[in-house]
Design a protein around this ligand. Structure first.
Ligand SMILES: Cc1cc2nc3c(=O)[nH]c(=O)nc-3n(C[C@H](O)[C@H](O)[C@H](O)COP(=O)(O)OP(=O)(O)OC[C@H]3O[C@@H](n4cnc5c(N)ncnc54)[C@H](O)[C@@H]3O)c2cc1C
Ligand code: SF4
Length: 482
């Protein structure tokens, strides 16, 4: 156990976010530094419970009480060793994970939970600073060749596990840079891309090969893909949900994933100005989730005149309701850093129509309040109104993987939800083809993508060698405790 009285003497403390007016002037991460002494005291709040529910909350099964104790004892090198034992990329989860471990923390039953995610990012930051994150070279090569399609967190986790297991791994990515949504979806202010680049340096030094601008199914026929000894499909769930209502074809209405990638390219210096810049515009984001929040934060940094985020569901409660008891991940009202920076959030509203000007550009939305009647959103009579908008961003989630091209050419079976079907070992209906991440699971989270990549790698390694040595943190059917 860390500090036996820590949970009694220390209250939860998080690092401060930088002042809003300052952070809106740049793209950098929003948190200020946190003193090591403070962090150790936070780790010391961990009670090292007999049954650590945080393990169950974390899809990776991170050994949270172990590294909390090691952090409290200032044994940072052992702490990173225990953290890397279950998580290839703690710098991605430590910045981006919604931390279901914390909502499952036993201390959270009657007090504030341990700041697990903050301890996680501090351990890996320290490890990189100290030079402890070095290439882990395979003991022996197997002579087997594996292709991983897609370079998001699931593809990267699978590739790292398989390279370290001795296989020759090539990652094929259709974008011009490696990283999947970590690179061009998630804004810099949530995770600086330098974190991704330094991890890719480690992977290259270990022997993983990366090929960019290769759209498999278009630039590389699937016959060539199938010539590899094994394949991992990790192409994500990129088929976005649209809003086919009157006025949808007006100029100025874009998908979030059309808007965010060029903004990220501006932040990284690859582009001078985004073609969808929000400067001086009234922006409306349709969709109240994380992707929508990323659009809000990005619009503010681009200098939008106003930003409004719309959500069809009612405003969630401030605290856990009976529908989401401990240790589940509750639906509660959350204020992300992007929301703290301004704008308005409207709940229980639906968009009936986009209204345009004479030039064919969107000028407003026709909104109506709705109430939920048996799962159907019914308009409340007399509540129709116009909301000015010269830029509308659709952030209503994703329907699943893109079928055209790769998946249709391969002819893999899909499940009832349109994702790639897989068995217990993450193998698809094709003999040497496996699947990991959002492509098999549907739109999810980075922590699940890493867990799936690790588990699929175990399936591939067993298929190629007959051994059973790589960890399998999850089964394909595992779902969040909700
Ligand atoms: C805007 C946004 C913000 C998000 N923020 C968070 C967050 O804060 N925290 C969190 O936990 N989750 C977040 N998510 C969800 C998270 O990013 C995804 O669940 C995760 O990235 C899925 O990983 P993946 O490896 O399965 O796929 P992806 O990250 O989507 O990567 C798939 C890759 O495959 C490539 N690809 C697809 N088809 C082919 C092909 N035929 N040939 C070659 N390459 C191909 C794509 O170009 C892409 O690079 C966010 C999602 C979005 C859209
Ligand atoms: S990966 Fe996410 S759930 Fe797991 S310990 Fe880290 S913050 Fe918690």
């Amino acid at each position: 156990m860390a500090d036996p009285k820590g949970f009694l003497t220390t209250t939860r403390e998080e690092p401060k976010r930088r002042p809003v007016d300052l952070r809106l002037m740049d793209w950098r991460e929003v948190y200020e530094d946190f003193a090591t002494t403070k962090l150790q005291k936070q780790a010391g709040r961990c009670m090292d419970c007999g049954i650590p529910f945080c393990h169950q909350g974390c899809p990776l099964g991170n050994l949270i009480p172990e590294w909390n104790t090691l952090t409290w004892r200032e044994d940072w090198q052992q702490a990173i060793e225990r953290l890397h034992a279950t998580n290839n990329f703690p710098e991605f989860t430590g910045t981006l994970c919604p931390a279901p471990c914390e909502t499952a923390c036993v201390l959270g039953i009657n007090d504030d939970p341990v700041t697990i995610k903050r301890v996680e990012i501090s351990i890996i930051d320290r490890a990189f600073d100290e030079g402890w994150v070095t290439p882990q070279l395979p003991v022996a090569k197997t002579g087997q060749k594996v292709a991983v399609v897609g370079s998001g967190p699931s593809g990267l986790a699978a590739a790292q596990q398989l390279t370290r297991a001795g296989h020759s791994v090539v990652v094929l990515e259709r974008a011009d840079k490696i990283g999947g949504l970590l690179r061009y979806g998630i804004p810099e202010f949530k995770m600086e891309k330098s974190r991704l680049d330094r991890r890719l340096d480690q992977m290259r030094a270990e022997g993983t090969e990366f090929r960019t601008s290769v759209n498999v199914g278009v630039d590389l026929p699937v016959s060539e893909l199938l010539a590899y000894d094994a394949v991992v499909l990790a192409g994500g769930a990129t088929d976005w949900r649209d809003l086919p209502i009157p006025g949808r074809d007006l100029d100025g209405i874009h998908q979030a994933m059309e808007f965010l990638p060029p903004a990220n390219r501006v932040a990284s210096g690859e582009l001078d100005v985004s073609p969808f810049d929000a400067k001086g515009l009234d922006v409306v984001v349709i969709g109240g989730g994380d992707t929508g929040a990323d659009c809000v934060g990005t619009s503010h940094r681009q200098g939008a005149r106003s930003v409004t985020q719309l959500e069809i569901m009612p405003k969630p409660p401030e605290a856990r309701s009976d529908a989401h008891p401990w240790p589940t991940y509750p639906m509660i009202y959350r204020v992300s850093s992007a929301h703290e920076e301004g704008g308005e959030r409207l709940y229980a509203v639906n968009t009936q129509e986009f209204l345009g000007d004479d030039a064919g550009r969107v000028r407003a939305l026709k909104l109506v309040e709705v109430r939920n009647e048996g799962g159907k959103f019914v308009p409340v009579e007399g509540t129709e109104r116009e909301l000015p908008a010269q830029l509308v961003l659709l952030a209503m989630g994703f329907l699943g993987p893109q079928k055209q091209g790769l998946l249709e050419d391969l002819g893999v079976e899909l499940d009832a939800r349109g994702n790639v079907a897989r068995d217990k070992a993450f193998k698809t209906s094709l003999d040497n083809v496996f699947v990991a991440g959002d492509m098999g699971r549907g739109q999810s989270l980075i922590v699940w993508a890493i867990a799936e990549g690790r588990s699929a790698a175990a399936g591939v390694d067993a298929y190629l060698t007959g051994r059973d040595v790589l960890p399998r943190p999850i089964a394909p059917t595992d779902r969040p405790i909700a």
